[in-house]
Design a protein around this ligand. Structure first.
Ligand SMILES: Cc1cc2nc3c(=O)[nH]c(=O)nc-3n(C[C@H](O)[C@H](O)[C@H](O)COP(=O)(O)OP(=O)(O)OC[C@H]3O[C@@H](n4cnc5c(N)ncnc54)[C@H](O)[C@@H]3O)c2cc1C
Ligand code: SF4
Length: 502
């Protein structure tokens, strides 16, 4: 029985982040472990509210009050079991999820700070490792059916684990040189150190999952070949088509890149250094993969932009501006616009923001300015207003508000336009919809029989928690398609959306 008064005795507290001056000299994670005393205290704030809206906030339906109480009482093994019942990879979500569950915590109704759900989650996940590792659960008998999973991000990996545990032979195909999708080279080490991925992969391998890296499906192996080898295919290729701004004057200048071009290359340098391997120091266009001594301008306000900011500081940038088209959001929930328990539009401060740089809101780039040699020298911006008319976004510049920011390196982090157009799509006979995503029928199949889709490729650029939830649900549908015995858990259906007021 949870403590109904814990939240009255304890305030919300998180472990202190590592000092900025120290952490920007390395690539280690920003948060140290919380310590048992703190985390048990914080779990005690979960008050047995009766109708836990956090369940609905979490796409995985994590049994949050159950494991909070198990942590409160120090029942760590049971907490590990309870958490893994709904989430294959809590070490990823516990570190990286924006925690819509916390926005839906019932404590928020009474004006209290929510329970530190995400922190409790990561501590349970790390306790699993500390208490003997991530024990593999291989199945004794095979079903004799086989599944190809294309793409090794959290959606593909969650599906692979679920299917292997149901007795199917699973092969994950990944075109990159390492498994993990965006977790591997998209998300920097200061948010997720890569040993967490490697530990999980060892568990999946011990459960029978086969991994094939360096295989670009549609190029190195055709869809026809894959379908001949396997009884079902899951496409989990992500939504990696970066949005660009080709109409902005000066876009072709050297030093103006897609954020992911710089970010992935920078993360590869860190990975190579960790393994003692050499890594390229320049991009294909000859630009150094380094912000050292440079004035950096990051365009965009989301996760990718914040990750570029943290990378730029660790590389020793001379200064960083982060530009956002929209005005500065409110610092607290606007209950009229986003009533509890929905996800509120508020200013999100990532740890990277306390490391330096200047955020500039309600501005748009008018021109990337040439230094006379074809290299960017600055960014000319104007203050703007943004309105929606007939579903279209209208951006209006304020006359006389233009100014120039110095810029040797410009990173475009302005979102993604869905899954990439690539040979695999036509070969499997699936098409991108108007959002650049691939539609799924209610049973997660695409227009091609026996070909399923999950994660960002289906949903559009989203979150790890949604990718895992969709991977689990698609695995359940594949299991059923293959005539598997019993049902696997399916936390979401293809139409499921985040909690919304309207
Ligand atoms: C910079 C950045 C930071 C982010 N930070 C966060 C965060 O802090 N928290 C959060 O919740 N979410 C974050 N996200 C979003 C999150 O990473 C994604 O929602 C999630 O990774 C999607 O998982 P997925 O499995 O659908 O696809 P992905 O992780 O994108 O994996 C898709 C994989 O498919 C492979 N692939 C594609 N085509 C083929 C092919 N033809 N053959 C073989 N392999 C192929 C790709 O190489 C890739 O490895 C971030 C995203 C970015 C870009
Ligand atoms: S996965 Fe995300 S939403 Fe779900 S409990 Fe963890 S932090 Fe909350």
């Amino acid at each position: 029985m949870p403590d109904p008064n814990g939240f009255l005795r304890y305030e919300r507290r998180l472990p202190a982040r590592r000092p900025v001056a120290v952490r920007i000299t390395d690539w280690r994670e920003v948060y140290p472990p919380a310590g048992e005393e703190l985390i048990r205290e914080q779990a005690t704030r979960c008050m047995d509210c009766g109708i836990p809206f956090c369940h609905d906030g979490c796409p995985l339906g994590n049994r949050i009050p159950d494991w909070n109480d198990l942590v409160r009482t120090g029942s760590w093994d049971a907490a590990v079991e309870s958490l893994h019942a709904t989430n294959n990879f809590p070490e990823f979500t516990g570190r990286l999820c924006p925690a819509p569950c916390e926005a839906a915590c019932v404590l928020g109704l009474g004006g209290q700070q929510p329970v530190t759900i995400k922190q409790v989650e990561v501590e349970i996940a790390d306790a699993a490792v500390a208490r003997g590792g991530l024990t593999p659960r291989p199945v004794p008998a095979s079903t004799g059916r086989s599944v190809a999973v294309v793409g090794s991000g959290p959606a593909g990996l969650a599906a692979a684990q679920q299917l292997a545990r149901a007795g199917h032979a699973v092969t994950v195909y990944e075109r990159d040189d390492a498994i993990g999708g965006l977790l591997r080279y998209g998300i920097p080490d200061f948010k997720l150190e890569k040993q967490h991925i490697d530990r999980r992969l060892a568990q999946l391998a011990a459960e029978g999952v086969q991994f094939r890296t360096g295989v670009n499906v549609g190029v190195d192996v055709t869809a026809e070949e894959l379908r001949a080898r396997h009884d079902a295919v899951l496409l989990a290729c992500g939504a990696l088509q970066g949005r660009d701004t080709p109409e902005t004057p000066g876009r072709p200048l050297r030093g103006v890149h897609q954020a992911m071009t710089h970010l992935v290359a920078a993360n590869r340098v860190v990975a190579a250094a960790g393994d003692g391997r050499p890594a390229p120091a320049v991009l294909p266009d000859g630009t150094p993969i380094d912000a050292a001594g440079k004035h950096v301008v990051i365009i965009g306000g989301g996760d990718t932009a914040a990750d570029c900011l943290g990378v730029a500081h660790r590389q020793g940038a001379a200064g960083v501006h982060q530009l956002d088209l929209y005005p500065e959001p409110p610092h607290g929930r606007d209950a009229e616009r986003d009533p509890w328990p929905t996800w509120p539009w508020v200013l999100r401060n990532y740890p990277a923001h306390e490391e330096g740089g200047e955020r500039v809101f309600a501005v748009a780039v008018q021109e990337f300015v040439d230094d006379g040699t074809g290299q960017v020298r600055g960014v000319r911006i104007a203050e703007v207003t943004v309105e929606r008319r007939d579903g279209r976004r209208i951006v209006t510049a304020l006359p006389g508000s233009e100014r120039e920011l110095p810029a040797d390196l410009v990173l475009l982090a302005i979102g993604f336009e869905g899954t990439e157009e690539q040979p695999l799509l036509a070969q499997f006979g699936v098409t991108r919809n108007a959002r650049g995503a691939v539609d799924a029928r209610p049973d997660w199949q695409t227009d091609a029989d026996g070909v399923f889709v999950a994660g960002d490729m289906h949903r559009g650029a989203s979150l790890i928690v949604w990718a895992i939830a969709e991977g689990r649900a698609a695995a359940a549908a594949i299991h059923s398609y293959l005539g598997g015995v019993g049902d696997l858990p399916a936390p979401v259906d293809p139409a499921r959306q985040p909690l919304a007021a309207r």
